[in-house]
Design a protein around this ligand. Structure first.
Ligand SMILES: [Zn+2]
Length: 84
């Protein structure tokens, strides 16, 4: 579970739900070792919670990149270019 801000450069501790911003992100946890049916091979997905403190949430957001969760600059003016 979340214990601190997801920004590695920030040491803010997760204390209250109403502070900052909570993210629920699906992460890739790898591939099954021995799939029962090779045609049904899918990467194992895991839902994880990440939290950004107030200060960080104002400046950045979280994004998935190559299966990992990274911080990304928060774009203040949301355009329609989020259709990836
Ligand atoms: Zn922070």
């Amino acid at each position: 579970m979340v214990s601190k801000c997801a920004n590695p450069q920030c040491g803010a501790a997760f204390l209250y739900l109403h502070q900052g911003k909570l993210f629920r992100i699906e992460t890739d946890a790898g591939w099954p070792q021995d799939p029962p049916d090779p045609s049904a091979r899918k990467p194992i997905r895991r839902l994880e919670y990440f939290w950004l403190c107030d200060d960080c949430a104002a400046q950045m957001t979280l994004a998935r990149k190559d299966g990992a969760v990274v911080t990304a600059p928060n774009v203040a003016t949301r355009s329609a270019a989020t259709a990836s």
